[in-house]
Design a protein around this ligand. Structure first.
Ligand SMILES: NC(=O)c1ccc[n+]([C@@H]2O[C@H](COP(=O)([O-])OP(=O)(O)OC[C@H]3O[C@@H](n4cnc5c(N)ncnc54)[C@H](OP(=O)(O)O)[C@@H]3O)[C@@H](O)[C@H]2O)c1
Length: 478
């Protein structure tokens, strides 16, 4: 049964791309399903001097890209939207924001609850959080701060950012978004493990040969060259999304329901990441940058808009991650992510060894969890590949019907409104993953890569294949 929620959303960066492409459509879905009904309002803030009416028009225009509902329904929804021109550095603007929020709280009876959503550039996250606190925006209801990625660009900057927001908000009120954690297939992984005792019994170094996580994109950087030049795939995909998927696949106690227990197990897992020496980085991690395609029709990365013609930013990486834990030591986790690969695929392949036959499972079974195949479609995914198992190795848990109808952002917003932090990242997890990623980054930054080194539309540089071949393994998705 859907229970209506009440809150005022204050969206910093309310005129931006993320807000229009992801947040407003998700809020509209929640409106249509009854999670949001009468007791909510959205204040969009940004510098440009928009009126409420103009803001509502932009919201409706963006909804039309995703929904074919009657415009009257969209207009009713948009009546909950207000705009406040605002510069993040101007204290006066926060007072105006506070007054508007208080007025709307009375008007819509929102229970004094506030969701402060940072849909702005990361360099503003700390400033906004501090002003929300110092200018007294917090209320007697709940006050939840939502932070978009990227959370820092290395351990030092992440520590600094965390220090700034922690001065203004307690950890329990901070919701750090990793939208992969909003994908239902990722959320279902612990359920699949917990509901399939034989599978779970096999999920350790006695029976698993290796685990492969692939997040592949067929597109290039498109119009995000400027951002990408500051990031690269290691920071953009591995530190956050790939690590969090590994957290869902490999943490202890997948049946835990308490958010604190779940997070503790994830922290323990990331705390057991096997440290890399610079020489091990050379052996265990491969980087690449896309060239034009075979026909010479597509731009190479260095030819993309806002990209340096001698850029050393990687658009592909493959690596071997290992853990020093009782459950996982000795099992390589091969990870891979890149742009301009042949297809869009997000998947986990769990490769069992021959000992798994002791559990009544055919030797060398591969279980594949497809997280997403086609951009924007969340309805997929059959999830389990029974390949070679020849028996009912894994059943879907009944409570998860696997229709995957909910968008990641929609599901995450429900969690925020419900105070459920299970699908958000905690600071301790980020600290461990940044530390690990920094070692790789530092080694790479001390060397000059030979870029470009893979043709658009191929599976990345050959070294990515050799990484597994050296261990006697191969990529399952190839
Ligand atoms: N777009 C995505 O798909 C995506 C995906 C994942 C994460 N993110 C993250 O989400 C955040 C927003 O990204 P975006 O793509 O939506 O960026 P964007 O389209 O450039 O939007 C930035 C917003 O910030 C506002 N802004 C800029 N300077 C400001 C200032 N001094 N004071 C107040 N408002 C200011 C802009 O409006 P004015 O110019 O009018 O001030 C605009 O509304 C970033 O942290 C990004 O990393 C985005």
């Amino acid at each position: 049964m859907v229970k209506e929620k009440s809150a005022i959303f204050i969206i910093f960066g309310g005129s931006g791309d993320l807000a229009h492409r992801k947040l407003y459509p998700s809020l509209f879905r929640l409106y249509k399903s009854g999670f949001l009904k009468d007791h909510f309002a959205v204040i969009g803030t940004a510098r440009r001097p928009w009126s409420d009416d103009y803001f509502r028009e932009t919201v409706i225009t963006s909804l039309k890209d995703y929904f074919d509902d009657d415009e009257d329904v969209m207009k009713e929804f948009a009546k909950h939207f207000y705009y406040q021109s605002h510069d993040v550095n101007d204290s006066e603007h926060y007072i105006a924001l506070k007054n508007l929020a208080a007025k709307l709280d009375d008007q819509f009876d929102c229970g004094h609850n506030r969701v402060y959503y940072m849909a702005i550039a990361p360099r503003f996250f700390g400033t906004v959080a501090e002003h929300i606190n110092s200018e007294g925006l917090k209320t007697s209801g709940y006050n939840r701060l939502v932070i978009e990625k990227p959370f820092g660009r290395d351990l030092d900057s992440a520590c600094e950012l965390n220090g700034n927001i922690s001065k203004a908000f307690p950890e329990d009120d901070i919701y750090r978004i990793d939208h992969y954690l909003g994908k239902e297939m990722v959320q279902d992984i612990p359920h699949i493990r917990a509901n399939n005792p034989t599978f779970e019994k096999a999920m350790n170094n006695k029976y698993v040969s290796n685990i492969q996580v692939t997040l592949a994109e067929s597109l290039g950087v498109e119009d995000r060259g400027g951002y990408y030049e500051t990031a690269g795939v290691l920071r953009d995909m591995v530190q956050n999304h790939i690590m969090q998927i590994i957290g869902a696949v490999a943490s202890d106690e997948p049946d835990a329901t308490d958010a604190k227990v779940i997070h503790q197990h994830k922290c323990d897992l990331f705390g057991s990441l096997k440290e890399l020496t610079p020489e091990q980085v050379d052996k265990s991690f491969v980087r690449g940058q896309y060239d034009t395609d075979k026909l010479g029709e597509k731009k190479s990365y260095r030819e993309e808009d806002k990209v340096a013609s001698d850029s050393e930013i990687e658009t592909f990486t493959a690596g071997k991650i290992e853990f020093e834990s009782k459950r996982w030591s000795g099992v390589p986790f091969y990870v891979r992510s890149g742009k301009r690969l042949p297809d869009k695929q997000s998947r986990v392949d769990i490769v069992f060894n021959d000992k798994v036959a002791d559990l009544g499972i055919r030797a060398n079974t591969v279980v594949t969890l497809l997280i997403e195949q086609i951009d924007g479609q969340s309805i997929l995914i059959n999830g389990i590949n029974y390949k070679d198992s020849g028996q009912d190795f894994i059943k879907f848990p009944e409570e998860a019907e696997f229709n995957h109808a909910r968008e990641a952002y929609e599901s995450l917003i429900i969690d925020i409104l419900s105070g459920n932090r299970v699908h958000f990242t905690l600071w301790d997890e980020l600290r461990s993953t940044w530390k690990y990623i920094d070692t790789i980054r530092e080694r790479w930054d001390s060397q000059t890569p030979e870029f470009p080194n893979y043709i658009s539309g191929t599976m990345g540089p050959d070294a990515a294949e050799m990484l597994l071949e050296r261990d006697g393994n191969t990529w399952i998705w190839d």
